[in-house]
Design a binder for this molecule. Structure first.
Ligand code: ZN
Ligand code: ZN
Length: 313
């Protein structure tokens, strides 16, 4: 039986299936021997045959290399949880995880791992669909069908900041401030944090304790995909409007329809010459005993919010 390893061209998977079937049938005689080694040796071509069959499932006109087959598979099932073993089958290589990382880092596909989604969900009851909440560490999901052409550049910046001294929070903030207005992914933030699980908590603190306008799908920007974070402006909200918990923030934003309660501005009207975002304002100031309850909070665009605080002075 030949075991030469040629990249199959447009071959019908049925050809590979028959080959595997034949090999398994022949394996019967090896299985009956007492010796271990002939069994192992006879299994080798079966392994290769299975691999060729897996690779042949995606025609080479669509994807001839392992990484392309992985991408083809992800794009066929966006938003669907894919097990690592599925990628093993379609790619035909053991080190598929490395190819996934290349898709993410060099090509800007927002593929998140089960590890990252879990860390994200542990710290915020964000709008994470139930099927993602159930992901295993070895699972993956393509979160966005669009390729992000700036990703490679950002990952380079992330790599620099990751190596610097400083706390995880400092590094995350620095990375966000280097990318104001741009969508950055959970995987990038985790990487900047040196793969430390605390990254999600630190991001939340930047928003809830330090007043940085870090928006997600559930905290002001329902247009964003799961796992995407945007520092909307390089400014912190006024001291007294900080310390609002995410669940309260979410309720207020939803109640107010994601619109400024003074001028009706919403993020859909955003443009570079008038870059506003939405903030949460205390009607009775927090410092004067105004509570962090939704009855005392309202959504304002940054222009109207600034005006209110200017007029108080
Ligand atoms: Zn306004
Ligand atoms: Zn305010």
């Amino acid at each position: 039986m030949t075991t030469e390893r040629k990249e199959p061209k447009q071959v019908d998977p049925e050809v590979f299936r028959r080959r595997v079937e034949e090999l398994i049938r022949n394996f019967e005689s090896e299985l009956q021997t007492e010796n271990l080694r002939p069994k192992v040796l006879a299994l080798v071509p079966i392994f290769h045959g299975l691999r060729d069959l897996g690779k042949a499932l995606i025609p080479s006109v669509y994807a001839s290399a392992a990484r392309d087959r992985i991408l083809y598979y992800f794009r066929k099932y966006p938003g669907i949880v894919i097990a690592g073993d599925e990628l093993l089958v379609v790619s035909g290589i053991q080190e598929y995880a490395r190819r996934v990382r290349e898709l993410r880092v060099q090509f800007g596909w927002t593929v998140a791992s089960g590890v990252t989604i879990k860390e994200m969900s542990e710290d915020q009851d964000a709008d994470i669909p139930n099927e993602l909440m159930a992901m295993k560490p070895s699972d993956y999901v393509l979160l966005n069908e669009l390729q992000d052409r700036d990703a490679a550049h950002r990952w380079n910046v992330a790599n620099t900041i990751r190596k610097e001294r400083g706390s995880v929070r400092d590094k995350i903030l620095k990375y966000m401030r280097a990318n104001v207005g741009k969508g950055i992914t959970n995987e990038e933030l985790r990487y900047v944090a040196g793969d430390k699980t605390e990254w999600a908590r630190r991001v939340r603190e930047l928003r809830t304790e330090y007043g940085w306008p870090v928006a997600t799908r559930s905290t002001g920007r329902p247009d964003l995909s799961v796992g995407v974070y945007v520092l909307q402006a390089d400014r912190q909200s006024p001291e007294h409007d900080r310390h609002i918990a995410d669940d309260i923030r979410r309720e207020v934003l939803r109640r107010d329809g994601y619109k400024c309660q003074d001028c009706n501005w919403s993020h859909e009207e955003w443009n570079p010459s008038d870059p506003r975002h939405l903030e949460i304002h205390h009607i009775k100031h927090h410092a004067k005993g105004g509570a962090n309850v939704k009855e005392n909070l309202k959504t304002l665009c940054t222009a109207c919010h600034d005006k209110i605080h200017r007029n108080e002075k």
